[in-house]
Structure formats: C-alpha cells, structure tokens
Design a protein around this ligand. Structure first.
Ligand code: GDP
Ligand code: MG
Length: 781
C-alpha cells in the first residue's frame, strides 16, 4: 500500500520511494528512505497535507506526494525509548570542555596572521542564528520557523581577532533542492572557508547528522556543535561526546546557544582546527562489510575514476563521488567528464543498484543513515519524550485540530489587529501625539518670541513638526504590530498555519509555505519579499512576490487612520478591517487570474518540518522591537523629513524663486498638476493629493506628512467623503514603496520591478474607480 492510505495513528515501514528528481532526493534527504519507520500523527483540518513522525521528528507532506511512497503497515515504531536502566550514563564532559583540545597533531599551522573564515552550516531551525549572535555579539533575527535566515550574514567572532563567521541559510542536505541549499553548498565549495562550524540539533540528531555526513565529505576542518543540549539533558538524555568524536573524526562540542553555554569552547575549538588545518579524520562512512560492501566498492571505484577531474574542478573528492553516484547534475557538469568516463560511471552505478536492490540516491541515503544509526546507538542516550514536545502536542490538539484550527486562526488574527489598533497601539499613540503637540507648541512660542524669520518659522512648524510629527505618532502601532507578528513566528505557530492553509493556498496555485512571506507582508514588504527565498521553486517565488503588495503593509496605517479620523470618526475598526480584507480579496482575485496564465505550473511540494512550540526569549523579542523602532525612527528622520522639507519648499516658492502667497501657483502645483487629469475621474483631481501620492512612492507614511503640510486646515472642506474612500482604496493597492521595489528587483530583476509599479498602479486605479462607481450607484455619495 502507499503512505496516503494509512490512518491517523497507524505506523508503517517504507519499502520504496517513488517520484523523481529533486523532490525525490528531498524525501530521501529528509529521511524517508526504504526501511525507515514512520507513524501518521494527523491530517490537516482540510484533509491534506498529512503529518508524520519519522526519525524522531515531525514532517509534513501532501497526500499526492505520500501516494508515491510505498509502505507496509507495522504495529508500532520505537517512538520514545525510555532511557535504558542497565546502561550506565557515560560521564559527561559537561557543556563545553574548558578548552581541552584533542590530541590530534598540531603540525602545519597557518601563518600567524591569516584571516580565518568560518561557515556556520546546519539544518533549518537548529539554532544557527542564535549561535551566530552569541559568537559575534550581533543582533540577527531569530525565529522558530524553518527558513527564517534567508541571506548569508557575516560577523567577526568575539574574542578572536582575524576570525569571521558566516551564517548560511539552513539546509537539510547538500543536494540542490532549494535555492538555499545551492547557496550554502556553493559557498562552501567556492569560497573555501578555512573552517566549518556544523550545528546539530541534538533533540533531532538523526536527521541533523545527515547533513554532517556530507559536511565531513567536504574535507574542510570542521567542528560539530551539538546544540539544544539543555533540552536533551533536561529530559534525561545524554551524549557520549568522546565516543562521538572518535566516530566522526572531528571535535564535538555540546552547547546551548540560547543559554550561551559551551559557546566559548566551541569558538576555541573552531579556531584551533582551522589554524592547524585539522581536516576530518573520518570520511569513509560506507562500511566495508555493510550489505556486502556494495556501496563501498561503488563509491571507491567512482572516486578512483573521477580523481583527476575533481582535483581540476577544485571539488573535494569524496563529496564529488557521492554526488555523482546520487546523480547530481550540477556536480557532474562541473567535473567535465567525457562520454567514455560517463559510460564507465554509469556502468558501475547500475551494477551497484542491481546488487544492492536500491536505486542510486536511495542507496547513498541509506548508507548515510546506517552510519548515523550506528553513531547514535553507540553515543546517544535518547531522552524521554521532552516536555517541550508533550506541550507542543497538547497545543496542537487545538491549534491544528480538525474543527478548531481555522476559527482559532481567525480569532488570533482578529485579536492581534484589535489589540494593535484599538487597545495598545491607540493608547500609546494618543500619549505620543500629546507629547509631540506640546513640544510643537513650545517650539512655536519660542520661535515667535525669538522673532525668527516667518519663512523659517513656517518650515519648522508647518513643515517639519506637522509632517514628521504626524508620522512619528504611528510608531507605537507599528511596533505593536511587529511585536505580535514576531510572537506568532517565534513561537512556531506560523509553521502550523502553513500546514493547515496549504490546501486552501493550493487552490490559488501556491503552497502553504507562501503564507509566511504574506503574513510578514502585513508588517513590511521588504522582508516579505526576502522571505520568499525559502520557497523551493522560482514559480512560487515569483507568484508570492507578486501577491505580497496586496497585503497592506504597516506603513499604510498612518494613511488609513488619517482619513478615518477626518472623515469617518468612530468607524475606524470597521473601515480598517474592511481595507485589509479588501486587499486580501484583491490578492486572491489576482492569484486566480494569473495562476492559469502568467504563473502556469504546479505549486511546490509541501515537505516541511514542524518545530516544537517554543516560548520566544524576551531578549530576542526586545531586540526585534528595538530594531524596528530604530528603523522607523531612522526613516522618519531621514526620508520622510527630507520629503517633507522638499515638499514644503516646492509649495512655498514659484519658478522665479519668489515666496508665493497661495501655493496654487507654486512649483509643486505646476509639476504635480501634470498628473491631475489622471486622477480627476477618481475624484482626486487635486495637485496636492497627487503630490502626496507621489511622495508615497518614496515612503508610504509620507502621504500623510505631505497632506498635513499642503492642506493646512480642515481636510473635510476640501475633499468629499467619497473621494476619501477612493483615496483609501488607491493607497491600499498602488505601487509599493521604492525600498520594496528595490527588493523585488534584487530577487526577480528590473523587469519585474518595473512591472510591479505599473500593474499595481493600474489595479489600484481600476479598483478605486469601481468602488467609486458602486458607491455612487448606491447613492453613498
Ligand atoms: P536557525 O533557523 O537555525 O537560524 O535557528 P534560530 O537561531 O532562529 O533558532 C530556532 C529556535 O531554537 C528559536 O526559537 C531559538 O530560541 C531556539 N534555540 C536556539 N538555541 C537553543 C538552545 O540551545 N536551547 C533551546 N532550548 N532552544 C534554542
Ligand atoms: Mg536563522
């Protein structure tokens, strides 16, 4: 039978993994190999995808993909072995070993002042960024979602001059499945770091060591950091570190990145092995006696054959050989083999497949997992089911329950928005506004009594204070929104949302993973666009980026509140919610229209790990809020301040440099006047509105600051409520700001960036027009 036929709670053993290409390789890399035992945990509320437990962790995949995996049902899997009574716990060296190095020969050190560069390699969500922050003292964002680190980041290792470390995107294997995996492996292959810090999540050790096996093949000095030791020992587990070092042939340092334990030892080991060029002592993980040594012979024959080519291409031999056997096209191309050699290789590999009874990629994956099993049997005392895991299961009963998942999601999102806009944000905003007003009043009085030039006075009070002040007062709302978004992400909830929304999103032509960039899009489009890098297919990436501008970003909030306060006081909640929902609906519409045309093709398979729920550390939350506030303040006092001043000047002078009485004859009125005919049908045919919309392209918040400067006095007398509505719709949908466009250009190129500007403006204009017509038809004007 196939995997999708198993019921909740049933167990099976994998017989054969079907499918093809990168997806199949990904399955194998995630541990879905012949012989692996698994248990069905549950199905998503809408029946698809399913969640499995395999190699001690939770994996999700779609039924359509599960149908390609053949299994035989078994009674149970050895799920949570109790710590064996009889076996004595090895004396544990503790967290870190206080700088005791392994006697591994200390000849041939690099010259004294060589720059040491380290690559931090590990699975997604294994604590890489946490460790990176500890090692470098920097403040990168930590999240509890597979794939939060989307860019590589570099930092100097604290306490060592001449040592830098690069935080690479999290990967499960060195096979080219997602763009992250290619980025990470090319970094190691091409940049040739002097050392690798391979971080391993011990609570999930089997799957994590799978990457380690491949890292060791890279033939670069490596130290293995066993992270999350606190969780393992806290639940009765232990690791025989010395034994593991012997079996892996590299230093192994138990650490807890979150608690900063063992990190100094790790750094010392890393610097030592890099300086003394201590390469891994063990690479030959294909045991001679395993299954008659078939895989072993095959690998060594291949190594023999490609030795010269690998040296010429600058590839580590053992790594190249195992990739060649797996059938990795990129590596085979780099080796530049002639057709004779390719034939010979093919012959060797086919022979191996026949004798081993497994195809090439499965045979290699099986070889690696058998070695891992041996290592774990010898060195690891498995913990009982961890408190964190029990807790996660309980929470999941509700948060991903069949009937509760969707209502709870809606409730949580509603709560987030109500708290942000009505309770916390608003209260703080009032307070801040009061402060700004009184400051502005005080400055006003001081300027007047000081007899300051009226032009300068006007610039400071009506320009800077009005403009920047009006934007500044939104700081609390925006920070509060980011606070909740980061809480959802750090806790591990968004991974669940991706799990149960997958089926819905597939109807739009996307996969559940796209939900993450979209939710981030409610905060800011720039990180949202960057977060799409975790999606394994270019098509999904493009489509998700195409849709993020429909998720109303937090910089548009000031615009909404500004108009609501002027035109619809008291109806803020209703109108704001309406705008958010309208944006989402437009996004859905756009997706439905484009999925059969521009974005033809299948959504990526949904193969993802569900992390345990974790309480975000207060430190990382505070850090994030601080970063966001700083970011916002910087924007307010740079881009927005400048835009405000420029606008103030342009509206105060005419082309002859004379101060104008009435800003209708100013430079600004002339320039923006060009756009007036375009906006007249929308009821927005006023040069001041056009100006504010143009400035909104630089930063959305400045729509408000510019309006404040230009419409001194009451807005309601100069604009109808109907125009306010079209203005809101237009602002909601028109081109994202320049920073987002730059991000899109980085990801997809200039054509897409320009395209985004054009179609978002076109969509915005059309939607605003339609809404206007509908309002007029219903006599709402
Ligand atoms: P990355 O995706 O590999 O960069 O992982 P992160 O650094 O973002 O961490 C993922 C999650 O693991 C976060 O929720 C961290 O707080 C948590 N974490 C990291 N290190 C430790 C540790 O040593 N112990 C425990 N209990 N949790 C940790
Ligand atoms: Mg990270």
């Amino acid at each position: 039978m196939t995997l999708d036929g198993l019921k909740t709670g049933a167990c099976g053993r994998v017989i054969k993994v079907g499918g093809e290409g990168a997806l199949r390789q990904h399955f194998l890399d995630m541990g879905v190999i012949p012989g692996a035992e698994l248990k069905v945990i549950k199905f998503a509320p809408m029946g698809d995808p399913m969640e499995l437990r395999i190699h001690g962790y939770e994996l999700t995949l779609r039924l359509a993909d599960a149908a390609k995996i053949e299994i035989t049902p078994i009674d149970s899997i050895a799920e949570t072995p109790q710590p064996e009574r009889g076996r004595k716990r090895p004396s544990h060296p503790g967290l870190g070993e206080e700088g005791k190095f392994h006697p591994k020969g200390s000849g041939d050190p690099l010259p004294e002042d060589t720059m040491l560069s380290f690559a931090l390699v590990g699975n997604q969500n294994s604590g890489k960024t946490t460790l990176f922050n500890q090692l470098t003292g920097s403040k990168q964002h930590v999240g509890n979602f597979p794939g939060v680190t989307v860019d590589k980041k570099e930092g100097a290792v604290r306490g060592f001059k001449d040592a830098v470390i690069t935080d690479l995107p999290g990967i499960y294997s060195m096979s080219p499945y997602s763009s992250e995996e290619i980025v990470s492996r090319n970094y190691v292959l091409d940049e040739k770091p002097t050392g690798i810090v391979n971080i391993v999540d011990v609570t999930n050790i089997e799957r994590n060591l799978y990457l380690t096996m491949q890292v060791l093949e890279m033939d670069i000095p490596t130290v293995v950091a066993l992270n999350m030791m606190d969780e393992l020992t806290g639940n009765g587990g232990a690791v025989d570190v010395n034994q593991m070092e012997a079996m892996l042939g590299v230093p192994v340092v138990p650490i807890s990145a979150a608690k900063n334990e063992g990190v100094d030892e790790l750094a010392a080991h890393a610097v030592h092995i890099a300086r003394y060029r201590e390469k891994p002592l063990e690479q030959d993980f294909c045991a001679k006696d395993d299954n008659g040594g078939i895989v072993h012979q095959c690998l060594h024959a291949v190594m023999h054959l490609i030795e010269d080519h690998a040296a010429r291409a600058g590839l580590p031999l053992r790594f190249a050989a195992s990739k060649v056997v797996e059938g990795d096209g990129l590596i085979i191309d780099r080796l530049g083999l002639d057709s004779n050699e390719k034939d010979a290789l093919e012959h060797i590999i086919v022979q191996m497949e026949k004798e081993r009874g497994l195809d090439r990629s499965a045979a290699i994956a099986d070889m690696r997992f058998s070695y891992i099993r041996k290592v774990c049997e010898k060195c690891v005392i498995k913990p009982r089911e961890s408190r964190e895991h029990i807790r996660s299961r309980r929470i999941d009963k509700i948060l991903t329950g069949k009937y509760t998942a969707l209502p709870v999601f809606i409730l949580i999102m509603a709560l987030v928005f109500v708290l942000t806009f009505n309770v916390i944000g608003l209260g703080l905003q009032k307070l801040l506004e009061l402060g700004i007003d009184s400051l502005s009043g005080a400055v006003d009085r001081a300027l007047t009594s000081g007899g300051v030039n009226p032009v300068l006075h006007g610039l400071i009070i009506d320009g800077i204070f009005e403009g920047v002040g009006s934007v500044l007062s939104f700081l609390p709302i925006i920070v509060t929104l980011f606070f909740f978004l980061s809480l959802l992400e750090d806790s591990g909830y968004i991974a669940r949302v991706a799990f149960f929304m997958d089926k819905l999103l597939r109807k739009l032509g996307l996969s559940g993973r796209s939900i993450v960039p979209m939710l981030i899009g409610f905060g800011c489009t720039v990180p949202a666009v960057m977060a799409t890098r975790t999606l394994p297919s270019g098509r999904d990436r493009k489509m998700t980026i195409f849709l993020t501008p429909f998720m109303s970003c937090s910089a548009k909030l000031p615009i909404y509140s500004f108009f609501v306060a002027s035109f619809f006081p008291g109806k803020g909640g209703l109108i704001m919610t309406g705008l958010y929902v309208f944006g989402i609906l437009m996004g859905i519409l756009a997706a439905l229209v484009t999925k059969k045309t521009v974005f033809r093709g299948e959504a990526v398979p949904f193969v993802m790990e569900l992390p345990n729920y974790r309480l975000p550390s207060p430190r990382s939350v505070v850090q994030l809020l601080w970063e966001k506030s700083k970011d916002f303040l910087q924007r307010a006092f740079s881009i927005i301040l400048i835009a405000t001043i420029v606008v103030w000047f342009l509206k105060s002078f005419d082309f002859h440099g004379n101060l104008v009485e009435d800003s209708h004859s100013s430079i600004l009125a002339m320039i923006s006047g060009v756009l007036v005919p375009v906006f007249r049908p929308l009821g927005l045919g006023d040069w001041r509105i056009c100006t504010s919309l143009i400035s909104g392209f630089i930063a959305k918040e400045s729509v408000v600051s510019v309006m404040q400067v230009l419409f001194a006095g009451d807005l309601t007398t100069m604009m109808s409520a109907l125009s306010a509505v079209t203005m809101l719709i237009f602002s909601l949908l028109y081109t994202p700001c320049i920073a987002s466009i730059a991000a899109i250009r980085r990801e997809l190129g200039a054509k897409w960036a320009v395209g985004t500007i054009i179609w978002q403006c076109a969509i915005a204009w059309t939607a605003a027009m339609l809404v206007r017509l509908v309002c007029m038809a219903f006599g709402l004007a």
